[in-house]
Ligand binder design. Structure first.
Ligand code: MN
Ligand code: MN
Length: 331
């Protein structure tokens, strides 16, 4: 269940209204790398691992709930940056009052300019945050990534935290408000913390590479196809041992000739690896059986009933319950 506390996780402050920065900050409210995306991604991923990986479920739900708390901080900051806009719009009946508050025609020009570049605040939302990105695209569930496989999901989350961190880093360049900067720095820092939580969780799952269950084909896993002409570079991505599987990189110097020589790679040989087709098939079977057994065992119904949660009272046996009832009736 969700239980709302009417205080922010971080005490967001703003020194003065700034409609233009409010618009930029919408990127982290309803944008593709924003807080709602993160919250929903981890929340949705949590369902699949609730039973089989309760420790990872615990972490996903803690982080998802923190992301909702960040969404609240971003929304509150946008609202404070829009101070005055909402009240101003309520001045619909009396045009002369609007002019008075605008303090002359230069201020009015400013106000009109702000409305032109921020139609969502001035025309649509009435001075409140909108669930869009900074140019007005509505938030979309297509931002959410999850594959129902924990090692894959954790990697997707590391990517999500990376881009969220970068958007905050970029946003910080567009405000001089020390209080807004302070909140942005907190939000950016928490994404760095989450990155490490997901990485640490991934490391506890072994084997975790490649993502999923099936191993890669040893004929192609360590081949580097030189697909361009010109200056060539060597690095650990094409030279020496492959970083995660420890195979030896093999460079295909002339891919066109190589493809022709191997009947379109059908006759490709595995080189620079200890893995064989037999070892791969065995490994696939072993890991499949292991993961399936873990999930089946964790999700099997007890007494024919599936129950998502266990409450303290339902742990008591029937005789314990009737004894408690007797005690209550004596009292
Ligand atoms: Mn966040
Ligand atoms: Mn995060």
């Amino acid at each position: 269940m969700f239980h709302h506390v009417k205080e922010l996780q971080f005490n967001a402050r703003v020194s003065k209204p700034d409609v233009r920065f409010a618009k930029l900050l919408l990127e982290q409210f309803g944008g593709p790398n924003g807080e709602l995306k993160a919250a929903m991604q981890y929340f949705v991923q949590g369902f699949g691992c609730r039973k089989a990986f309760p420790d990872k479920y615990d972490m996903l739900m803690d982080i998802a709930t923190e992301e909702f708390s960040h969404l609240e901080i971003v929304g509150a900051t946008i609202q404070m940056l829009l101070t005055g806009v909402n009240g101003e719009l309520k001045n619909a009946a009396d045009e002369s009052d609007l002019n008075k508050m605008l303090d002359g025609s230069a201020a009015k020009e400013n106000y009109i300019h702000d409305a032109m570049i921020n139609p969502h605040f001035f025309i649509v939302s009435g001075g409140t945050p909108t669930l869009t990105d900074s140019v007005g695209n509505p938030w979309s569930a297509s931002y959410i990534m999850g594959m129902g496989d924990l090692t894959a999901d954790l990697r997707l989350n590391i990517g999500a935290e990376t881009s969220a961190k970068m958007v905050y880093e970029n946003l910080m360049k567009f405000t001089d408000d020390v209080y807004v900067k302070e909140s942005l720095r907190f939000l950016m820092t928490r994404e760095v913390a989450h990155f490490q939580m997901f990485q640490a969780a991934l490391d506890t799952m072994q084997p975790n590479f490649p993502p999923g269950i099936l191993e890669s084909d040893p004929r192609f896993s360590n081949k580097y196809f030189k697909m361009s002409k010109g200056e060539d570079f060597k690095g650990p991505w094409n030279h020496g041992a492959t970083p995660l599987m420890g195979e030896e990189w093999q460079t295909i110097q002339d891919p066109v000739q190589h493809v022709r020589d191997t009947n379109g790679l059908l006759e490709e040989k595995s080189v620079g690896t200890d893995r064989t087709e037999e070892s791969v098939q065995k490994s696939n079977k072993d890991l499949s059986a292991k993961r399936k057994a873990k999930v089946d065992k964790a999700t099997a119904p007890t007494n024919g009933v599936m129950s998502w949660s266990v409450y303290e009272d339902s742990k008591k046996t029937e005789s314990q319950k009737s004894q408690l009832n007797q005690e209550k009736s004596i009292l």
